[in-house]
Design a protein around this ligand. Structure first.
Ligand code: SF4
Length: 494
């Protein structure tokens, strides 16, 4: 298969074309502005509204594809006022608010922020102009976002039109295609980390990635906000910053998780009191940064994945402070493929925690036996989505091609992670209901997810307009030739 074939295919994706075409317009179209807002490709630590007020985005909201404001249920904070929850409307300029008659439309009554590309004076609402607050030049942002148009989940459980040609591919060709798609995904993640590192430094970019990943899909934003606040919390802890309990108290307090009354469950009261002893002293100084409880999405979360427990783990990492250095040492030393997960887990695992090794949440009963704060599945997720992209970015930016190649090798050797609902849907759509043998590496899963993002997210449930099936068919070997091993040239992903 030709090198970078998948990269060439991506540019015919409707999402990519839509954004490329928009680049010639005077102002970016609203769709691009929506994507910038959705993915927060702005200088988050220094946002200012047109009337000069500092703005913190605690959650950008959920993209609304129906009538009404563009984003629902965003949570934002002006200066150090209490955070507010509401909708966000995206337009090109402030005057669009009246031109589009939003002011007369009851569906827009909950809009708390007007996001525009440019403008001098705000309209009737607090207004944020994105034009001079992006985190990278517009062409770079546009290029990165071109395949990021996260459409609403298709929510169907039937094979797509590409399932047949993908199943007809020789296994080696199918695996190579997934491998190339996985590499696109890896480079995208690494690129985003590098951009963030330019703004806040490599260590903070890593912390933000780790915290976000610990939030899973539903609590990414509040966890990321805690990472952004962690330098302030470490400074507040001062000489006590090595004490895990102090950082647990500050993180859980700022997260809005510390209860007013001690939990009634056995054993939790003493731990709560120790947390509260720390928190009551510091809470006045940190009051303006406390996250609203409503920011957390806790319904349906498995106890082992509860954010409180993940925050407790993050406090261990912050108190110890050596995670970035240990990861750098880990990637330099030789590790057998079969030991990849266990060796990384050895870098990230924390010791016994008097409370959290036996509790899933602040309110849960003690478990009979201890449970580690980090398991193999989450460790693999961190590796594929954050740690390896971060290490690779550092090596590549630092001009160390042999280390970059070594990290790339680890990425492609990483064992497949746990199945989840998103992957199951991707498999059903792309490969159909009958089982297809996939390589036992995480990269195959990542490749599937990237194809979904590049193609499925831009098509409807019946695959209208998707060109992926016809592209795959160009690789299908006629049945009469199938005695040949594969007519497709082998290549690396580069
Ligand atoms: S939208 Fe395209 S890539 Fe997705 S299942 Fe349908 S044909 Fe396949």
């Amino acid at each position: 298969m030709p090198p970078n074939l998948y990269t060439r295919w991506r540019v015919v994706s409707p999402g990519w074309l839509a954004l490329r075409e928009s680049a010639v317009a005077d102002s970016p179209p609203e769709r691009l502005l929506q994507l910038i807002w959705l993915h927060q490709r702005v200088r988050r630590e220094a946002l200012t509204t047109l009337d000069g007020r500092p703005l913190t985005v605690l959650h950008p909201g959920f993209w609304n594809r129906e009538a009404g404001p563009d984003f629902r249920q965003a949570v934002i904070q002006f200066d150090r006022e209490a955070p507010v929850s509401g909708d966000v409307e995206v337009d090109v300029r402030p005057e669009c608010w009246r031109q589009h008659r939003h002011h007369e439309n009851p569906a827009f009554a909950e809009v708390r922020l007007h996001v525009v590309w440019s403008g001098q004076a705000p309209g009737p609402l607090p207004t944020l102009a994105l034009g001079d607050q992006l985190d990278a030049p517009l062409p770079d942002v546009e290029s990165w976002l071109a395949t990021e148009a996260a459409a609403a989940s298709l929510g169907i459980a039937q094979a797509g039109r590409c399932a047949t040609p993908l199943r007809e591919l020789l296994p080696a060709a199918r695996e190579e295609l997934l491998r190339q798609a996985a590499w696109v995904r890896f480079e995208r993640k690494a690129g985003a980390i590098a951009v963030r590192a330019r703004a806040v430094g490599w260590d903070r970019a890593l912390w933000e990635g780790l915290f976000s990943a610990l939030g899973y899909k539903r609590n990414t934003w509040p966890m990321r906000r805690l990472a952004e606040l962690s330098p302030k919390l470490l400074a507040t802890a001062g000489g006590m910053a090595e004490q895990v309990l102090v950082l647990q108290a500050l993180l859980l307090g700022v997260a809005g998780f510390l209860p007013i009354e001690p939990p009634r469950t056995a054993g939790a009261g003493a731990y709560w009191r120790r947390l509260w002893d720390v928190w009551w002293r510091e809470q006045a100084a940190l009051d303006g940064w406390v996250l609203p409880r409503s920011l957390w999405r806790l319904h349906g979360i498995r106890p082992a994945n509860h954010p409180q427990r993940r925050i407790a783990l993050a406090a261990h990492w912050l108190a110890e402070g050596q995670v970035p250095r240990r990861l750098e040492a880990w990637v330099q030393r030789p590790v057998l493929e079969r030991d990849l997960v266990s060796s990384l887990l050895g870098c990230l695992q924390v010791g016994h925690d008097g409370f959290w090794s036996h509790h899933w949440t602040l309110n849960s009963r003690a478990t009979p036996g201890p449970h580690p704060l980090l398991g193999e599945a989450r460790c693999s997720d961190l590796a594929v989505n954050v740690i390896l992209p971060w290490l690779w970015s550092r090596a590549t930016v630092g001009g160390d091609p042999s280390l970059s190649a070594q990290i790339e090798q680890r990425y492609f050797a990483w064992p497949a992670g746990e199945d989840n609902a998103v992957l199951k849907l991707a498999c059903r759509r792309l490969l159909g209901p009958a089982p297809v043998r996939l390589p036992p590496q995480a990269a195959a899963q990542q490749g599937l997810l990237q194809i979904v993002r590049d193609f499925c997210d831009h098509a409807n449930a019946i695959c209208e307009g998707c060109r992926f099936p016809e592209l795959v068919r160009t690789l299908v070997v006629p049945a009469s030739d199938k005695t040949e091993p594969s007519t497709l040239p082998e290549s690396s992903t580069r």
